[in-house]
Ligand binder design. Structure first.
Ligand SMILES: Nc1nc2c(ncn2[C@@H]2O[C@H](COP(=O)(O)OP(=O)(O)OP(=O)(O)O)[C@@H](O)[C@H]2O)c(=O)[nH]1
Ligand SMILES: [Mg+2]
Length: 391
């Protein structure tokens, strides 16, 4: 079976033979075929031009421009939180008796009933006694309805007086880890804010180091890092989690020099948070958002800590969290790069189209060659060459 190019060659050859009168009418056989170059020369100029393959780059400029416009129009604009304008909560008054609260530990919770008591007890016993007296917990729960409220009340009765609980009602229009942390910041009485998970994956014994790093460095933020020197990841942390964590870090690499911008264990000064640029509190990665939004926070001191595995309750890290992280990155890159972000997106799409066109072209040529019994890469010219060999 002839391929399209084989058929075209055949038609061109027949036309050429007619024009040159080389058909032997007595035998019905054709004279030897002329070389392709002479056929090409005998074609009218428009046909010669038409036979030239279109370069793979043709039509790319409109694709680039359309992609540029679409990137501008379609990149989602997250609703932004501005500490100056969007506050919902204010801190309760300082305790009338005893030391003032200087440090607030913000803990977002969702179905963490089983972890609350051990977190509170372990933390208060890990802090030096003065610091313990000046420290409060602010739990921000998304209406878990698993007994978290009763558990906090029980701990208060046991003597842990500085426990605040903020419950955000279901259907109240706001939920999620990052916004929980931000609402906790608003509610906090301390001037130093520590963020940690409820499940004891972040060691309470590292809180004083984190606060020291914050004070000594004069930086508005200090980060706990799972990737510091001499720190080993818990051996039971599953491989897929390591891969996700590694990928997430690599994607954020161009944005920050921090070794673990995905960490959920960090400290920030309250006045620095209040001076932050507008935030997009989506997903889990509020530390990264703050790093890029708080003035002078981009190069924070880091405190290595050993990241444990959750022993109680269920993980909330799922596909939805990963998708939100990618959306957050899009927003952060766009903010960091401005128009250059859209140029890169449009360039990427155009490059992909060019590669697809080129790949398709190569495949077609290869297929045409095979259909006409040619080697890969053969076109019109090799067909004639082979024929002349056969003669
Ligand atoms: N308020 C609130 N807290 C949340 C939400 N999702 C997660 N959290 C809390 O945020 C913290 C981190 O969530 P985890 O599920 O522990 O996430 P992770 O540490 O990455 O995953 P694991 O290693 O499996 O524990 C925990 O204290 C959760 O209870 C949420 O939607 N709302
Ligand atoms: Mg956890």
């Amino acid at each position: 079976m002839l391929g399209f190019k084989g058929l075209l060659t055949h038609v061109i050859r027949k036309i050429h033979e007619r024009r040159l009168g080389k058909h032997d009418h007595t035998t019905g056989s054709s004279c030897p075929s002329p070389p392709l170059s002479s056929i090409h020369r005998s074609l009218p100029a428009w046909a010669r031009d038409r036979r030239l393959p279109r370069p793979a780059t043709s039509g790319l400029l409109p694709i680039f421009l359309v992609s540029l416009i679409l990137s501008n129009l379609l990149t989602p604009s997250p609703s932004l939180y501005s500490p100056h304008h969007s506050s919902l909560y204010t801190p309760p008054p300082q305790p009338t008796a005893g030391p003032h609260i200087t440090t607030s530990i913000i803990v977002p919770t969702f179905h963490e009933h089983d972890n609350i008591a051990s977190l509170v007890q372990t933390t208060y016993s890990a802090l030096p006694s003065l610091l313990a007296k000046e420290t409060e917990f602010v739990f921000v729960d998304d209406d878990s309805q698993d007994g978290t409220e009763e558990e906090v009340e029980r701990l208060r009765r046991e003597g842990f007086l500085n426990l605040e609980l903020l419950v955000r009602a279901r259907g109240g229009g706001e939920s999620g880890l990052s916004s929980a942390v931000i609402r906790g910041f608003e509610r906090a009485r301390g001037t130093r804010l520590v963020v940690m998970d409820a499940d004891l994956q972040h060691p309470p014994s590292a809180i004083p180091q984190l606060l020291d790093a914050l004070e000594e460095s004069k930086s508005p933020m200090a980060l706990g890092t799972r990737y510091g020197e001499g720190v080993a990841m818990d051996r039971n942390w599953p491989l897929y989690r390591r891969v996700i964590s590694w990928g997430a870090r690599m994607l954020a690499r161009p944005l920050t020099t921090a070794s673990d911008p995905m960490t959920g264990f960090f400290a920030v000064k309250k006045d620095a948070f209040e001076a932050s640029a507008p935030l997009s509190p989506m997903g889990f990665k509020i530390a990264l958002e703050l790093l890029l939004s708080i003035p002078k926070a981009s190069n924070p001191p880091e405190v290595p800590y050993a990241f444990g595995v959750r022993t109680q309750g269920a993980s909330k890290l799922g596909a939805k969290v990963i998708i939100k992280y990618v959306m957050q990155l899009v927003h952060l890159y766009r903010r960091a790069l401005g128009i250059l972000w859209h140029i890169l997106v449009a360039g990427g799409i155009t490059g992909a189209v060019w590669a697809a066109k080129k790949g398709l072209g190569l495949r077609r040529r290869g297929l045409g060659g095979r259909l006409t019994g040619q080697r890969r890469g053969g076109g019109l010219l090799p067909l004639y060459r082979n024929e002349s060999k056969m003669r």
